[in-house]
Design a protein around this ligand. Structure first.
Ligand SMILES: [Zn+2]
Length: 363
């Protein structure tokens, strides 16, 4: 990892109180520390050089965060929100923004940044204390143990393949890339230790399940795998819907999540029908692929969780864990549960056969 002199300076500031070998840590605060150093400069009206911003965005945490979506727009969002919250000259804009409701558009995302950074500005000392004094190694070890409770106990998992946790300052959320967990510092500050353990355990569960599961490559298997992996991991950390609040997310989005959860039987039925249409050549492969791609909203969370909650109730956790590495066994087990529960959707045999065979049907 390359670091500029500025970053090296920040490192010394953050880790000066303890002799910690950075390479041995599986969590890192350099991104959040670097941006808080900028926030403090803005607050005291000191100039911030372009290269300081560049150095912040070059830290591993922000690199991972920005790899996800339009990085120049995201960089601008981080920067403009930080300036609005910490520069005296922007206090009028800040006051106006804090009064606005968050809606579902880009302006809503901007307001989420502003409101979250404002909350951080009100607890800057707490944030610095969290970064300098918290030893998260125990929290991470506990999260690891919790994740393993939801996995087969007779399998070996490679802990070194588990994701690193990077703290940044952003919208109030945690997100996951192929190799990293990127978490907003203020979101972490707002969590109890148990909540943080569960949040991390959810992500570690994905890492470990991936070690014992084939990576899906065909459209329908990709979607079923989303249901399976999120359904299982949500049992670790998610509240049973209907949920009242999801952080700063707009009410409209919370309502949509609840309604997609409730609508699971219809949503599953419609997918089954799409597969039937493709099997009977009523639709082309092109149409099939387009209809199946990203079929499940919210990354499969609400529908997957609906399924695993039903399964947990009917056959129990052990059976869910036994089938955790195979999406076809997952669907078969789900069907057993749905069959004896009024109002639940039972997948057709053809649907499950298609999931099992899709690799050989579609290249
Ligand atoms: Zn997940």
């Amino acid at each position: 990892m390359r670091l500029t002199l500025i970053m090296a300076g920040l490192f010394l500031w953050v880790f000066s109180s303890a002799q910690i070998n950075l390479d041995e840590l599986d969590y890192r605060f350099e991104s959040s520390a670097a941006i808080i150093a900028i926030a403090e400069k803005l607050k005291s009206n000191e100039p911030v050089e372009e290269q300081e911003w560049a150095a912040v965005f070059a830290t591993p945490g922000y690199r991972a965060y920005l790899s996800f979506s339009d990085s120049s727009a995201k960089k601008e969002l981080v920067r403009a929100s930080l300036e609005e919250v910490f520069l005296d000259s922007k206090s009028k804009e800040l006051d106006a923004d804090l009064k606005k409701d968050i809606e579902m558009d880009f302006e809503g995302l901007r307001l989420m940044f502003v409101k979250n950074l404002y909350a951080l500005s009100q607890n800057l000392e707490g944030a610095k204390e969290f970064m300098t004094e918290t030893n998260l190694s125990e929290t991470i070890a506990d999260a690891d143990s919790v994740a393993r409770l939801f996995l087969p106990s007779d399998r070996n998992f490679d802990t070194s393949l588990r994701k690193q946790v990077y703290f940044i300052v952003s919208d109030p959320d945690g997100m996951v890339t192929d190799s990293d967990i990127v978490m907003d510092l203020n979101a972490a500050l707002g969590m109890s230790r148990v909540e943080l353990v569960k949040f991390l355990a959810h992500e570690f569960h994905h890492d470990y399940r991936n070690q014992i599961t084939d990576t899906p490559t065909t459209p329908l298997r990709v979607e079923i795998n989303k249901l399976h992996q999120e359904g299982l991991a949500d049992l670790i950390d998610k509240e049973v819907p209907p949920v009242k609040k999801m952080g700063l997310l707009p009410k409209e989005l919370v309502n949509r999540y609840n309604s997609i959860y409730r609508g699971t039987p219809e949503i599953l039925a419609k997918l089954d029908e799409t597969v039937l249409k493709f099997n009977t050549s009523s639709i082309s492969e092109e149409v099939f692929r387009a209809e199946v791609k990203d079929y499940f909203q919210f990354g499969g969370h609400p529908n997957g969780f609906y399924m695993t909650l039903l399964m947990k109730k009917v056959v129990g956790m052990e059976a869910l864990i036994d089938s955790c590495n195979d999406i076809v066994s997952f669907l078969e087990l789900y069907n057993q549960c749905a069959l004896i529960t009024p109002g639940e959707y039972v997948f057709s045999e053809q649907f499950i056969d298609f999931v099992a065979e899709e690799k050989n049907i579609l290249k």
